[in-house]
Ligand binder design. Structure first.
Ligand SMILES: [Zn+2]
Length: 344
């Protein structure tokens, strides 16, 4: 899922998203709640119509953004109180309120409010966070069921927390399974831990989840992490990485990601990635993109973001074909051997 924080995937039009083949994007409850605010989005009859995106939208709960506001937030049993990063005004998010906001947005998939934790916290703190998360799940589900009864068709996903403690991951997964939401997300990974720790906890947590529901790992976006997640049976992922790094002049290629800014690109008239069939690679050269970057032309962000999103979309499409043809592991090995062999 490309990330459209403010109700737009940065530097990409809706037509381009559809042309690439995306059927779902992620948007951020916290940002939309603060600006333009729910009054505007309600008057627009929801986010789909406001941003003119007819396909699926997943919204996060806002928890991640609120928790990154420390020390400008307080967690209480009833919810979380925080000060807006825009104007300092005080707001409170409760598990019930977050479900209501996402129902007003018209989210097709909505996430429960959870307590996000970071790498390196104690077992005791992690247990406290997961206890509150589990309590909030029960409350979120109750409100979601009420909304569903009133005609709201979006689905609620529970979030497994538990930080980097296996007993807590097991406990949190059991609570999420018991809640029987339509899908389950794995939170609290890719939060600063080393790759081997990420892989260990990804495999451990994914194995706890039922096979008959979508599994979503939040906030991963590198080809290595995406393929590792697919190998563990993960179905969904999101990250700002393809568009954010695109805006800084970094682009994916089958031989690893490269910087378009480097001096030796000045006379490099080949495509970003000769193995990519996207319209940017078919039309423009590395030298031209470097020039656009150097002159701070908006088009550079647009082209690099388009290529990066296309690259990841095709990676996942190819992975899906490989699974169907029962050759995923060899596909992953071949892709990574080319990709990591060429890193700059
Ligand atoms: Zn391309």
């Amino acid at each position: 899922m490309p990330v459209g924080t403010n109700g737009t995937v940065k530097a990409i039009t809706r037509d381009d998203l559809e042309a690439i083949g995306f059927e779902i994007i992620l948007s951020n409850t916290y940002h939309l709640y603060l600006r333009p605010g729910m009054e505007v989005i309600s008057a627009a009859r929801g986010l789909h119509s406001f941003m003119s995106w007819p396909q699926n939208i997943l919204t996060d709960s806002g928890g991640f953004q609120v928790f990154s506001l420390a020390p400008y937030r307080k967690i209480r049993d009833e919810g979380v109180e925080f000060r807006s990063h825009l104007d300092g005004s005080t707001h409170r998010l409760t598990p019930e309120g977050v479900v209501e906001i996402q129902a007003l947005l018209g989210s097709d998939i909505q996430m429960q409010l959870d307590v996000c934790t970071s790498w390196g916290i104690s077992h005791k703190e992690s247990l406290e966070a997961l206890t509150i998360t589990a309590d909030w799940l029960g409350r979120a589900k109750k409100t979601w069921e009420e909304k569903t009864g009133m005609g709201y068709a979006g689905k609620l996903f529970a979030i497994v927390q538990g930080n980097f403690y296996k007993d807590l991951r097991t406990q949190s997964a059991a609570l999420a399974i018991e809640a029987d939401t339509p899908g389950i997300a794995i939170g609290g990974l890719s939060v600063g831990e080393e790759t081997d720790v990420f892989l260990e906890y990804l495999a451990y947590t994914a194995a706890l989840l039922p096979g008959n529901k979508p599994r979503y790992v939040m906030g991963i976006g590198t080809p290595q992490y995406i393929l590792a997640a697919i190998e563990q049976g993960i179905d969904m992922f999101d990250c700002v990485l393809p568009t954010r790094t695109g805006r800084t002049g970094r682009v994916f290629t089958h031989h690893g990601d490269i910087s378009i800014k480097r001096a030796d690109r000045e006379f490099d008239f080949g495509p970003i990635d000769p193995l990519c069939a996207c319209k940017v690679c078919r039309t423009y050269s590395r030298a031209y993109l470097r020039h656009l970057f150097k002159t701070q032309e908006i088009l550079c962000s647009m082209l690099a973001s388009y290529h990066n999103l296309y690259f990841l979309h095709h990676l996942v499409t190819d992975a899906r074909s490989a699974i169907e043809e029962n050759r995923f592991l060899s596909f992953k090995k071949d892709f990574l051997s080319l990709y990591t062999g060429g890193n700059e």
